[in-house]
Design a binder for this molecule. Structure first.
Ligand code: GLC
Ligand code: CA
Length: 552
């Protein structure tokens, strides 16, 4: 069989995202690592997965758990060594899977040697690697207070869109862009299959760094550092490197809109293969942590459909419900009471749309949010900012409730492998607390249950991958005004599928769209046992996937 090409085949692939620190501890120090990843590759393969996205594994002081990098061409000692990385890569490939890395080049750690040099003054070779000013502008950082920090040694302020420990690189400096290309080549030459490019829409800032409009709290200035004037020029330089290899580039960028996404993925500036969009992550909030709202199914459906319709025939969607930046989806859009039903329904709701499916570690077993009592038990910087800096008039209880709903730490608790001590994640006490529900929610228990969320994910992935219509077919939504049902079709030539998901906690009567009424059909997937395909009363969080045979 010919070697698979990721460049050619990514549309048909299913990705699994690993946040290594919480995936599996292979050497018994309580921290997930590349020895653990190595051990679990067969498990990942068993899900039907084709490719892995590895969150940052580079040396980092962990101000932002790996997204503050102090050496781009090495492995964090907590995670292993370069030689262990090579073993993981070789085994991933031997199992027929691909592996992409996180490329985080909007900023480095303030402990990166470039920054240590740059601080020293205006006359060293790294002086212009970062963005220094005598006077700050009004921009806010997304993680802690204002976006500028005064550095005594240099006698100037440096820009940090994220935490103080994440100074922004000056991408306008050609030497910095050469460094980025050299980092890319380092990993591509080793055999990795592409990159997920972190906040890539921030790397070019508006010339002169003008003040932002002063009325957008917490994100002042964002329109002056997002999608800047040289972004296409810089990305096309990076693209050229990638074109020499069989690899793909997936861009991540806060506030990516359909319009900007198409700019990056189509036309003469095409510099990314796919992008992660965020609209559907805001069906219960604004800016994830900032303002919470009750879950609104219509908002979720509008976001889904907007991306499905707008990219059709032009670009290719990424499909995801969870990652390391968002709390667990069952706790948000589903129901912990109807845990199995809503976990399986949510899988159906997104997997059968058009796009490349991403599954985040633990999502496939239905992990849910943690609710720790004290803010000091939380690890993530943005949870602390949220608690200590936003909505200070709220009571402690109200602020903790916000953390429980929104903290990124909910997706960063140790992966639940079994009902054994520490959920089988480690032999010793893990670096972060295990969700107390691990006795029920874990891989080993779910392996043995044919109706588990885990086995349901396998079923959906396998169907998606073997069906051309569910991969390439045209998408159309029905009953967009329903506050209970999400229904869409996928059509390719004569082939038609209808996907129906109930988001209600109570039974709901559903009807087929008129054009489907009375046609013979086949119920291919259902998350209820013993569903009668003709009984159109859907139970709480019921989901069904119907195939309509080609000929009447
Ligand atoms: C991206 C990452 C997030 C990180 C931020 C800064 O949004 O996904 O985890 O904190 O960029 O690097
Ligand atoms: Ca370890």
């Amino acid at each position: 069989m010919a070697e698979r090409s990721i460049k050619r085949d990514y549309r048909k692939m299913v990705f699994y995202q690993i946040w290594v620190r919480s995936f599996c501890d292979g050497n018994g120090d309580g921290i997930g690592d590349l020895y653990g990843v190595y051990k679990k590759l067969e498990y990942i393969k068993s899900l039907g997965v084709d490719a892995i996205w590895l969150c940052p594994v580079y040396p980092s002081p962990n101000a932002d758990y790996g997204y503050d990098i102090s050496d781009y061409k090495n492995i964090h000692p907590d995670f292993g060594t370069l030689s262990q990385f090579r073993k993981v890569l070789a085994k991933t490939h031997a199992l027929g899977m691909k592996l992409i890395m996180d490329l985080v080049v909007n900023h480095t750690s303030d402990e990166h040697p470039w920054f240590l040099e740059s601080r020293k003054g205006k006359d060293n070779p790294y002086s212009d690697y970062y963005i220094w000013r005598d006077k700050p502008n009004n921009w806010d950082s997304l993680f802690e207070g204002k976006a500028w920090e005064y550095d005594e040694m240099r006698g100037q302020y440096y820009l940090h869109i994220f935490s103080k420990k994440q100074p922004d690189l000056n991408m306008d400096n050609p030497a910095v862009r050469e460094e980025v290309k050299s980092i890319m080549r380092f990993w591509l030459d080793m055999g990795v299959d592409g990159f997920r490019e972190d906040v890539i829409n921030f790397i070019s800032k508006k010339e002169g760094l003008p003040d932002g409009l002063p009325f957008i709290p917490a994100v002042n200035g964002i329109f002056n550092y997002k999608d800047g004037p040289h972004i296409h020029e810089y990305l096309s330089e990076f693209r050229k490197v990638c074109e020499e290899y069989d690899c793909i580039q997936i861009g991540e960028g806060p506030l990516t809109t359909v319009r900007t996404a198409l700019m990056y993925m189509t036309g003469k500036h095409k510099s990314l293969d796919m992008m992660f969009s965020f609209d559907h992550m805001m069906a219960d909030c604004l800016f994830t942590e900032y303002i919470h709202l009750p879950f609104d199914l219509k908002k979720l459906k509008r976001a889904f459909s907007k991306w499905q319709y707008s990219l059709y025939g032009k670009a290719w969607n990424t499909l995801y419900l969870e990652n390391h930046d968002h709390p667990r989806v069952i706790s948000r859009y589903g129901s912990e009471r109807f845990w199995r039903e809503s976990g399986t329904m949510l899988a159906v709701s997104y997997i059968f749309q058009q796009g490349t499916v991403f599954i985040y570690q633990g999502q496939e077993i239905g992990m849910t949010n943690i609710r720790l009592k004290d803010i000091n038990q939380y690890k993530d910087i943005s949870s602390h900012t949220n608690f200590h800096k936003y909505h200070l008039k709220d009571t402690i209880e109200e602020r903790m409730r916000r953390i429980h709903r929104s903290s990124r730490d909910s997706s960063r608790t140790p992966m639940q492998w079994s009902d054994k001590r520490y959920a089988g994640f480690s032999q010793v006490r893990p670096w972060f607390c295990v969700n107390p529900n691990f006795k029920r929610v874990n891989v080993a228990t779910e392996e043995n249950d044919p109706n588990s969320i885990l086995n349901f994910y396998r079923k959906c992935v396998s169907l998606k991958k073997k069906c051309r219509t569910l991969t390439y077919g045209r998408y159309r939504e029905f009953f967009p005004d329903s506050r209970e049902i999400y229904m869409y079709e996928r059509v390719l030539g004569e082939h038609r599928w209808l996907i129906i998901c109930s988001f209600a906690k109570y039974p709901v009567n559903v009807r087929f769209p008129d054009e489907y009424a009375g046609l013979p059909n086949q119920l291919v997937i259902s998350n209820y046992h013993e569903t009668d395909k003709n009984d159109m009363c859907f139970g709480p969080f019921e989901a069904r996937v119907y195939r309509f045979p080609t000929k009447k």
